[in-house]
Design a protein around this ligand. Structure first.
Ligand SMILES: Cc1ncc(COP(=O)(O)O)c(C=O)c1O
Length: 411
């Protein structure tokens, strides 16, 4: 057996990974247009509006609004639903803090569903156990770019008449049963941060087919100001989450690239899964037949009964072979409810609000052990990155390096 690079052996990956530029002529053209227009304010310019129209066309959605980030987008969606403080919102135990910020700012109470250990997406059965008469919304995450089990989740939401926010930050242009993620719920959100499949540095989108939410979304983006000539007189609390024309210009150009990016990632990602599957003790994220994975990341499980090392050492060995690899990149290695903010219930200084409140009639804590599948996943999984610039050789090197490391630690 070849000596691991971690212990002085030769690396598997000897050639650099494919790289490319994400920003091109179209981004430059639209940014220049924005500058020449001499206003970067979305109300007076065309870039944000064009970009919204483009997304509307691509997704077949009636209303789309640009905003400043994916975090802002989730906050806007929840703000638009106008849920009373103290309402419970169910979401996944594996997500980005950006899903949770808006929940807390709206004085809503997050409840965390456990995951399906094969897909790492929310388990509809776990969601069902959390529903009670205080539940107002379900925020669905499509983890790592794999569609959530929408049929089951939408059925729970429908049965209990709960609003659905689809947080598609990690799942641009991703299909479930042939339909785009983001078109199932009442309202959907997207992120354009640096790490996402398309980016405008920071940025976000909110989309809905529900006419009654349209005005609330627009107002929640913009201090509850009307921008259509009506008298200024805010009637609810709303932040300033405006998207600038510069972000809109870049996002507009990036939207034209998304289908091609997903196509390339899908081809490479499926090749990676196929190769990893044949390695004893290595279990790549399951892609159900009716789902298309857009490979924001790939989650890979190491079967500790067959491979005798910690996930940290496994990743160190893979890194040493030249394969970038992170144990649990998105959440910092734990389900989100184990973050200090939930353990200490410290959203606001000197207060347990909204977790504990007489006014809201809330008293909730998030003990370790709350979501056993999610907690176990963090002991056993790592994430592999794929970009649209990788070659098939890069993917094959990733497979060979994983096989070498797994072979070394085989029980
Ligand atoms: C699922 C999810 N929701 C929300 C966000 C927040 O997006 P942003 O970083 O644009 O605020 C992210 C970002 O990583 C995310 O992955």
């Amino acid at each position: 057996m070849d000596k691991l690079a971690l212990f002085g052996g030769n690396k598997v990956k000897t050639t650099p990974f494919g790289r490319g530029k994400r920003m091109g002529a179209e981004e430059k053209k639209y940014v220049l247009e924005a500058l020449e227009n001499d206003t970067l304010f979305y109300v007076f310019g065309n870039q944000v509006r064009d970009m919204e129209n483009k997304l509307r066309g691509m997704y077949g959605m009636k209303h789309c609004h640009g905003c400043s980030s994916g975090t802002a987008a989730v906050h806007i969606a929840l703000g638009a639903l106008q849920l009373p403080p103290g309402t419970e919102v169910i979401t996944s135990s594996i997500t980005d803090m950006g899903t949770l910020t808006g929940i807390l700012y709206q004085c809503l109470v997050p409840r965390f569903a456990d995951i399906d250990p094969d897909t790492y997406n929310m388990d509809p059965a776990s969601v069902e156990t959390l529903v009670n008469d205080k539940t107002g919304a379900l925020v669905i995450i499509h983890h790592a770019g794999l569609p959530a089990e929408l049929e089951g989740l939408m059925a729970v939401a429908k049965k209990h008449k709960i609003s659905v926010v689809e947080d598609c930050a990690q799942a641009w242009y991703t299909h479930y049963r042939g339909q785009l993620c983001g078109t199932f719920g009442d309202i959907s959100t997207f992120s354009l941060n640096h790490f996402k499949l398309i980016t405008s540095g920071s940025g976000g989108m909110v989309a809905t087919n529900r006419d009654e939410l349209k005005e609330n979304v627009k107002l929640f983006v913009d201090k509850c100001y009307f921008r259509d000539g009506r008298k200024r007189n805010p009637y609810f609390l709303a932040p300033n989450y405006q998207m600038t024309e510069l972000q809109g210009a870049v996002a507009k150009a990036q939207l034209d690239k998304i289908a091609g990016i997903v196509e390339k990632r899908k081809r490479l990602g499926l090749r990676l899964i196929q190769g990893l599957k044949s390695i004893p003790g290595i279990i790549p994220q399951k892609v159900p037949e009716h789902s298309e994975h857009s490979f924001f990341l790939l989650v890979v499980r190491v079967d500790r009964k067959m491979i005798n090392t910690s996930i940290t050492e496994f990743c160190q060995a893979l890194e040493a072979e030249g394969i970038p690899c992170e144990p649990n990149k998105i959440t910092g290695g734990m389900p989100v409810y184990l973050y200090d903010i939930f353990q200490n219930r410290s959203a606001f200084p000197g207060s347990l609000f909204p977790f504990v409140s007489k006014d809201l009639e809330t008293n909730i804590s998030y003990p370790p052990g709350l979501c056993p599948q999610a907690e176990q996943a963090f002991q056993q999984t790592f994430n592999l990155n794929i970009t649209e610039f990788y070659s098939e050789q890069d993917i094959d090197d990733m497979i060979d390096a994983t096989a070498k490391v797994a072979g070394f630690y085989q029980c």
